[in-house]
Design a protein around this ligand. Structure first.
Ligand code: 4NP
Length: 164
């Protein structure tokens, strides 16, 4: 991360789910991959976090790591919980579902934030829903499904942020 955001023209994006082991590490990895493919790595700071603390310090869930690998993306994040500084540090805080969004909005209202706090799937063209469903208690097909919607959404997000 750039420690002095005021001096930078970089855009910072934080992806948030509940545990920070399934959905948001995948979104972080997919978005970073797209940014790198476009040669824009020096214009973005990208991270992920969870609203819950159960998995802090853990690597991403093996099923997320596998689905990412199958699509040529390496996940190397360690789970952490959202902290109040994130609301000053990030321009965009992108939630996977309505529960995450509500938690983030409550934290932001209580402490103030200039960040855009939004649902990831708002950036997905022709979406059939607005949440990235929690795949934790399901099978591998749920993770592939999450990957696909995350990829479509991240493409839309990057397109929007490039134009901003
Ligand atoms: P994530 O999935 O929010 O996409 O990381 C979950 C991971 C763990 C739990 C729930 C959801 N859990 O209850 O431990």
């Amino acid at each position: 991360m750039d420690e002095n955001p005021a001096s930078s023209s970089r855009t910072s994006v934080l992806f948030v789910c509940l545990g920070n082991i399934c959905r948001s590490p995948l979104a972080e990895g997919v978005f970073r991959h797209l940014v790198e493919q476009e040669g824009l790595a020096d214009r973005f700071d990208i991270d992920s976090a969870g609203t819950g603390a159960w998995h802090v310090g853990e690597r991403s869930d093996a099923r997320s790591t596998l689905v990412a690998e199958q699509h040529g993306i390496e996940l190397d994040s360690r789970a952490r919980q959202v902290v109040l500084e994130d609301f000053e540090r990030f321009d965009y805080i992108i939630a996977m579902d309505h529960d995450n969004l509500r938690t983030l909005q409550r934290m932001s209202e209580a402490n103030g934030s200039g960040a855009h706090i939004e649902l990831l799937r708002m950036y997905e063209p022709e979406r059939d829903g607005d949440e990235v469903p929690d795949p934790y208690y399901g099978g591998a097909s749920g993770f592939e499904n999450v990957y696909k919607m995350v990829k479509r959404s991240c493409r839309g997000l990057l397109k929007q942020l490039r134009a901003a």
